[in-house]
Design a protein around this ligand. Structure first.
Ligand SMILES: CC(C)(COP(=O)(O)OP(=O)(O)OC[C@H]1O[C@@H](n2cnc3c(N)ncnc32)[C@H](O)[C@@H]1OP(=O)(O)O)[C@@H](O)C(=O)NCCC(=O)NCCS
Length: 168
């Protein structure tokens, strides 16, 4: 399933909060999302299919390190590569911004997410034991994962401020 990936910004906080609320048990409010999107280094991508947003991603790139803050795909569209396409777009954006690595944190029992990150080359670099509360009153571990990015050599032909998404 090929999606169109677009950039979003603080003005899109309300629809993004709607998507977030559909994909996560603990939704973030539009205000929380707006605060993230107005913060330094924010990157917000949405995946559109026939004009409808079916997925989103929020990340932050500060200095040479980047962090994935949230990714979600509407339940009916999962397992069709939407998450992979959003992550691939983020990775090329980060490479163009000359980020050296991307970190994320995931519930180690979240099999689809862990599979997606492994396939993209993320490796587990830490564990926060019993970090997440889960629905049955139990707890699960948070995995910290990292992917190192290849930084392209600087050339005079490609100005630093020009990135695939037209950011900066
Ligand atoms: C995690 C998430 C973003 C992935 O999006 P997606 O569009 O389904 O991702 P993709 O289709 O690109 O890849 C998912 C992979 O998990 C696999 N998968 C799906 N269900 C699975 C399961 N129950 N167990 C193991 N693997 C599973 C898919 O087959 C696919 O792997 P493949 O490409 O090797 O076939 C999506 O499941 C989601 O929104 N989950 C709820 C929110 C969430 O957990 N976000 C991550 C927080 S860190």
């Amino acid at each position: 399933m090929n999606i169109e990936i677009g950039l979003a910004g603080p003005d899109d906080a309300t629809p993004i909060a709607g998507l977030h609320g559909t994909t996560f048990a603990r939704p973030w409010s539009p205000e929380e999302i707006r605060a993230l999107l107005t913060g330094p280094g924010a990157i917000e991508l949405t995946g559109q299919l026939a004009g409808q947003s079916v997925g989103f991603l929020i990340a932050r790139a500060l200095s040479f390190e980047a962090e994935l803050l949230s990714i979600g795909v509407l339940p009916d569209y999962r397992g069709s590569g939407v998450g992979h396409q959003l992550m691939a777009a983020l990775l090329s954006e980060l490479t163009a911004r000359r980020a050296l690595s991307l970190f994320l944190e995931v519930d180690g029992t979240n099999a689809p997410a862990v599979r997606l990150y492994h396939r993209l080359g993320f490796r587990r670099v830490g564990i926060r034991k019993q970090y997440y509360k889960i629905h049955n009153g139990g707890r699960s571990d948070a995995w910290v994962m990292r992917k190192d990015l290849e930084v392209p050599p600087l050339t005079e032909d490609v100005p630093l401020e020009q990135t695939p998404m037209g950011l900066r």
